[in-house]
Unconditional design. Structure first.
Length: 488
């Protein structure tokens, strides 16, 4: 049979890609290339902002530069709301992913081709908008390949996560090498080429995705489209006016994104809980998601320090000498993906083998956040002084980052798709990414308090905050699990 009703179940029962549906390979590939470009660019972004013009950079104040990176990272996850809304209300998740990937490619081209702050502004805005659409919809499309109780679901998300980290491994290595040898714009150009490869691959194989991924879950009435278009135009004009009036400035960006994320998150929870169609089990699961949301935001406020504090640490405190050759700063960003690639399959196998005996989602969230705090305590015994911290010491710390990440991140993606009300399937994924937006913007804000000359208090206080939040969620895991109403 070839009708829609039969094709989708057949594809969901397929197991040709390492025991998973074969179509997962296409989503695996497009996300690999998108992450190659994303992390490749982000690996050199901060040093591009604060390096002097003599070193090829823009010479921005270091604190302002970390705020820009944090705000940009937060905006990436914040824009998942727009990507999810377009998918659920206008063009469906499959088409949204296609257009979002194209927008990301244009952003990388702008960074590579346009000089100065103008190129940074145009490029980061386009990449943030496009990446939000890719993130929300790639995750949603992976979830669409499985029935709610398919035991392969968590393992499938772990494989998908491995694809992300293969891209995250190779991207900083190659863009960092090009940046070191030929300058920042050469590195940005390679990121653009990687995204073009991902878009080409997705275009060729997109027809194999399940038919229901092209459907619009809650179509926007035609008469309302002009209203939303007008509201969008008005919002753009307001932002432009605020920029011209110096209300929105580089040093305020992280604060702005933090507050937008908080307001958007509260609004989203109110919207979903106020919907009369969200009742019973679906409503209970939303209440269970609230403490997971908070825990996830705290986790990412520390984890995303890889692109702020850890980058500065690698630039100023780390001994990067490899047999007489100084490795690029961005190569540090490839250490975590190596551990992910090695360990993601191990975690997937463990969760699959344990089945219903594995720890509950709240326990995994709490344990991951606690371990993330412990990772920052591990900075304390490192030797002080410029260029004295050993590479193996930072590698060990990033191994702890990785263990924490594998406890919470792929599990969080999977849990979100299971906890989501049917009406808000993609938008719940956006809400999950909104917690990451909040945490990422907070990471930029927190990084402003880092001082390489007196860093111990910074590591102690933010590590302690993460440990306390993680332990609190673990202590409340049973009531949270009850609210999840059958979702493990």
């Amino acid at each position: 049979m070839t009708d829609t009703a039969t094709r989708t179940p057949e594809r969901r029962s397929d197991s040709r890609f390492f025991g998973q549906p074969a179509v997962l390979a296409n989503l695996f590939g497009v996300e690999l290339w998108e992450r190659f470009s994303f992390y490749g660019m982000q690996g050199i972004l901060l040093i591009y902002l604060y390096y002097s013009a003599a070193r090829g950079g823009l010479g921005i104040d270091e604190g302002t530069a970390t705020g820009i990176v944090g705000a940009y990272g937060g905006a990436v996850y914040l824009s998942t709301i727009l990507g999810a809304w377009l998918a659920d209300r206008v063009i469906g998740p499959e088409r949204t992913l296609f257009f979002a990937a194209g927008t990301v490619m244009l952003g990388h081209i702008a960074l590579a081709a346009l000089p100065g702050l103008g190129g940074v502004g145009v490029g980061l805005v386009l990449i943030a908008l496009g990446s939000g659409g890719v993130k929300a919809n790639a995750t949603s499309l992976v979830g669409s390949l499985y029935d709610e109780k398919d035991p392969r679901r968590d393992a499938g998300f772990s494989l998908f996560y491995m694809g992300i980290n293969i891209g995250a491994l190779v991207g900083p290595l190659l863009t960092g090498l090009l940046q070191k040898e030929w300058g920042f714009h050469a590195g940005f150009a390679l990121a653009a080429i990687g995204m073009a490869a991902g878009l080409a691959q997705y275009t060729i194989f997109r027809k194999n995705l399940p038919d229901d991924t092209r459907q619009v879950a809650d179509p926007l009435p035609a008469r309302q489209r002009w209203v939303y278009a007008g509201a969008l135009a008005a919002a753009v004009l307001v932002v432009v006016a605020l920029v011209l009036a110096d209300v929105v400035t580089a040093d305020r960006l992280s604060d702005i994104v933090i507050w937008i994320s908080v307001v958007a998150a509260v609004g989203y929870f109110v919207l979903i809980l106020a919907d009369r169609e969200v009742r019973g089990v679906e409503r209970s699961r939303i209440f269970a998601f609230i403490p997971l949301f908070v825990c996830n935001a705290v986790f990412w406020s520390l984890y995303q320090q890889q692109f702020t504090v850890v980058t500065i640490y690698a630039d100023k405190r780390l001994d990067r000498n490899l047999f007489g050759w100084e490795m690029p700063v961005s190569w540090v960003q490839s250490i975590n993906p190596v551990f992910i690639i090695v360990l993601a399959g191990v975690f997937a196998a463990v969760w699959t083998r344990l089945g219903d005996r594995q720890p509950s989602t709240p326990l995994k969230f709490g344990a991951g956040t606690t371990l993330m705090g412990v990772a920052f305590f591990c900075f304390l015994p490192m030797p002080s002084g410029e260029g004295t911290a050993p590479l193996w010491g930072l590698a060990f710390i990033l191994l702890v980052f990785t263990l924490a990440e594998l406890l919470i991140s792929p599990v969080g993606l999977s849990a979100t798709t299971k906890l989501a009300p049917k009406k808000y399937a993609t938008q719940m994924v956006a809400l999950y990414f909104l917690s990451i937006a909040l945490g990422t913007a907070m990471s930029g804000k927190l990084a402003g308090y880092y001082d390489a000359a007196s860093e111990s208090p910074f590591f102690i206080w933010i590590g302690l905050a993460s440990v306390l939040v993680g332990l609190a969620v673990m202590a409340a895991s049973k009531p949270i699990h009850r609210l999840m109403a059958g979702v493990h």
